[in-house]
Design a protein around this ligand. Structure first.
Ligand code: PLP
Length: 468
């Protein structure tokens, strides 16, 4: 399968190269040449199949023969073996036709495990084939870092450096990162904000010499491997309650638009998704773009759903490419406008197409709190703040006769203070993490300075090419 950059100025690549590269060399994001199609019979066949088999089937269609079937199946089996529910992503019915899809059954209690656990194995596999090594540097506001650390810990060929804003992640999130003591894991507490962490990572990727010397790789939400892995729970959940003929609606708590774009991909492949509802918190750049056709960056306000506190939604570029019918120069112009003035306008035709494909809405802090409380009072089911944003926006679009599945992206115990304040109930950590707050921590505090971070990585990464 060939992959093209949304900006049209990078070489066409295959699946394995796209996995390792993350971002295209022209700054764009990779998309496949075609959407593999799935027949209604194949969708019916997913019902009742083990989750890892569904993933292997779907990823295989995008890998285009570049990963041997047997190896792919084994990696998928391993990736989900550590989840704490036999269905991996169980469905819970809160009311007739109102479902929650639990995506937090993995080791770090957020949906990012579903993609990261597989991505780590795929990258390791490709590096082993090439006898290569890689260095992963990632900025995190909490969930990505812990998912990456948990997925890559102990891997021979890959070192991981995670930058988190010191004092600005929840205590549970911090300890999920800092208590992993494997020698290939390095956690850096940056004396600054999440934006500072992200700027540092960008600056490091722009240092060409450094990038080559340590074989820098990206596992943030623009990595195509993550999106593909995430299509699987749309297929398995729709097959379970809808089947191939009965349309279902989805509501997706959204930040960088990776999860929502995976739903779009599933629909392009033939899954009968009727409405795809994008839910943002008060950081609502996407909801505003759908409302008035202007994509405009504003300051970030901290909310109780911090994993969605983003100023720019990086995967949105993929949707822009799609609704402009693959017009890469148009995407380049919009991205240049964004870089220059922090905004751009979407033309009438593409905007109409966006609205045909998605609905979008936002839920503010009061609505998030109310949704946690009302859901608990009505059903006894405790949701986290991100899921609450999804449920709040879902309720505006729900139709009595159509199943609405809201993606539950985190376990409530990941954000215990906010959940307790809203519901009066303090959610407990699952048994595997019960002693998390007592474990030994290890991390390095570092100034928000790219030279300091580069020096640290050069000193600790095993992929460093020795200069002669
Ligand atoms: C990352 C994250 C999101 C947002 O997902 P995107 O793919 O970036 O839209 C939502 N909820 C939780 C808990 C997350 O960790």
């Amino acid at each position: 399968m060939d992959y093209y950059s949304t900006r049209g100025e990078a070489p066409v690549r295959g699946f394995r190269d796209v996995l390792l590269a993350g971002l295209a060399e022209d700054g764009g994001l990779y998309l496949p040449a075609i959407w593999p199609k799935i027949t209604p019979d194949e969708i019916e066949g997913f019902a009742g199949r083990p989750y890892h088999e569904v993933v292997a089937d779907l990823v295989g269609r995008f890998a285009g023969g570049e990963i041997a079937d047997e190896a792919l199946r084994a990696m998928c089996r391993e990736a989900y073996a550590g989840f704490n529910h036999p269905a991996v992503t169980p469905l819970v019915e809160l009311a007739p036709n109102r479902w929650v899809l639990e995506l937090f059954r993995g080791p770090t209690l957020a949906f990012k495990d579903l993609a990261m656990q597989l991505l780590a194995r795929l990258m390791d596999h490709v590096l082993a084939e090439r006898d290569g090594r890689a260095t992963i540097v990632a900025a995190t506001s909490g969930d990505t870092g812990s998912a990456a650390i948990e997925a890559f810990r102990g891997r021979e060929r890959i070192d991981v450096f995670v930058l988190f804003p010191s004092g600005r992640v929840s205590p549970v999130q911090q300890r999920q990162m800092t208590t992993v003591l494997d020698p290939n894991i390095h956690t850096l507490a940056v004396e600054g904000s999440f934006d500072d962490c992200q700027s540092l990572v960008k600056a490091l990727f722009a240092r060409e010499r450094f990038r080559k010397d340590v074989s820098l790789a990206a596992v943030n939400s623009i990595n195509w491997g993550r999106i593909v892995a995430q299509t699987a729970y749309y297929f398995s959940s729709a097959a379970a309650i809808g089947g191939a003929d009965r349309p279902v609606d989805y509501a997706v708590p959204t930040g960088n638009f990776g999860d929502a774009f995976a739903g779009y991909v599933a629909r392009c492949m033939g899954l009968p998704i009727a409405h795809l509802v994008i839910a943002t918190n008060s950081n609502d750049i996407l909801a505003r773009a759908f409302a008035d056709g202007r994509y405009e960056v504003r300051g970030i306000v901290p909310t109780s759903s911090p994993s969605m506190d983003i100023g720019i939604s990086s995967n949105f570029e993929r949707l822009l490419f799609e609704v402009h019918n693959g017009d890469a120069p148009a995407v380049r112009r919009m991205m240049a406008g964004l870089a220059q003035s922090g905004s751009f306008s979407i033309g009438a035709g593409p905007l109409e197409e966006m609205r045909r494909l998605f609905a979008a809405g936002r839920a503010d802090e009061a609505e998030t709190v109310r949704t946690i409380r009302e859901t608990y009072e009505a059903t006894g089911y405790l949701v986290d703040t991100h899921t609450a944003v999804g449920l709040a926006v879902a309720s505006r679009y729900a139709r009595p006769e159509v199943p609405m599945i809201t993606l539950s992206t985190a376990h409530p115990a990941k954000f215990p203070d906010a959940v307790e304040a809203a519901s009066g109930v303090r959610p407990g950590l699952p048994p595997a993490l019960a002693d998390l707050m007592d474990r030994e921590e290890r991390f390095t505090t570092i100034a928000p300075d790219a030279d300091a971070v580069e020096d640290f990585i050069r000193a600790h990464a095993r992929a460093v090419t020795i200069e002669v």
